[in-house]
Design a protein around this ligand. Structure first.
Ligand code: PBG
Length: 324
């Protein structure tokens, strides 16, 4: 098909034609909204690097979840900021931990909204690492039991799905077994399967107060230079029983999303992380980018690359923008 026989512009000349041949449709159903829960009464602390997002006390978490539900967003993912931290992150698996409380309150008010919980220790440990620290290393196997306890306590509180984000080896098996043994074999696991050690998590660490106090996460999160390794990581989580496999971050890793979509037949989630959100917001604030158009283009591109599910701080804004 060569010019002048084929003229690609023919099908671009009107919005009606463009709609007919559009290949990718972003839907509200594709979106998951992250929320940050904090102890206290009537708290709504703005997160400076994430305009429009807040650390929310339980009553406000419920309000935000309700707003998302009304917009048609199928699910939220919860993160917690505990009142105190310790070496073993005990607040992560405390019965009355902040996430556990928030889950109960949301499910009580909105039984049909899917409540997913992020399973990790970094928000709860005083050293800020995602696992048990031994000297200056992170002890993989000693961490597994704590992750399983965390996941189980979330599910006991009513979580519909758990999402381990720690990147310890073998955590999906450990969590699956713990859930199955407690009669929660129906609860799915969305694993952060290919999670990179990314500078794009900066604003999140401000939001969740979870920056490591020493060193960095390079001994457990993936090297941004690697893609074959991502396939191995995902394959491992699939073998271990993951129900949804996630690639994170999204925008700088569209090639990984695309490969994972092609090589596996499970639903693929992409996490459009805090730094991706902050970049757009900051540029839009300066008048350098059109926020809505950039947001829609970015989310559509993530979907086009192969993501079935997009976790994004833009979920509410995008839901408002998507026409029913
Ligand atoms: C916890 C966790 C992080 C994110 C999700 N879960 C931070 C990290 O790994 O340091 C980042 C999400 C975002 O940046 O939006 N391990």
């Amino acid at each position: 098909m060569l010019f002048p026989d084929y003229r690609p512009r023919r099908m671009r000349q009107s919005e009606a034609f463009r709609r007919m041949v559009r290949e990718t449709h972003l839907r509200v159903d594709d979106l998951i909204l992250p929320l940050f829960a904090i102890h206290g009464k009537d708290v709504k602390n703005p997160i400076p690097s994430m305009p429009g997002h807040f650390q929310l006390s339980v009553n406000h978490v419920v309000k935000a979840a309700e707003e998302a539900f009304k917009l048609g967003i199928p699910g939220v993912i919860l993160f917690g900021i505990p009142p105190k931290k310790d070496a073993l992150g005990t607040q992560a698996y405390a019965k009355d931990g902040i996430v556990q409380k928030a889950v109960r309150a949301i499910k009580d008010k909105l039984p049909d909204l899917a409540v997913i919980t992020d399973v990790c220790l970094c928000e709860y440990t005083d050293h800020g690492h995602c696992g048990v620290v031994e000297g200056h290393t992170i002890d993989n196997d000693a961490t597994l039991d704590l992750l399983a306890r965390t996941a189980l306590s979330h599910v006991k509180a009513g979580a519909d799905m758990v999402a381990p984000s720690d990147m310890m080896d073998g955590r999906v098996t450990e969590i699956r077994n713990a859930l199955d043994e407690a009669d929660f074999s129906h609860i799915p696991i969305m694993s952060y399967a290919a999670k990179y050690c990314s500078a794009f998590y900066g604003p999140f660490r401000e939001a969740a107060d979870s920056a490591p106090k020493f060193g960095d996460r390079r001994s457990y999160q993936m090297d941004p230079a690697n893609s074959l390794e991502a396939i191995r990581e995902v394959a491992m989580d699939v073998e271990e029983g993951a129900d949804i496999i996630m690639v994170k971050p999204a925008m700088p890793y569209l090639d990984i999303i695309c490969r994972v979509r092609e090589e596996f037949d499970l639903p693929v989630a992409a996490y459009n992380v805090s730094g991706e959100f902050a970049m757009v917001k900051a540029a839009a604030e300066r008048g350098w980018l059109d926020e809505k158009r950039t947001m829609m283009e970015m989310l559509t591109a993530i979907k086009r690359a192969g993501a079935d599910i997009i976790i994004t701080y833009f979920a509410m804004d995008a839901a408002k923008e998507i026409k029913p």
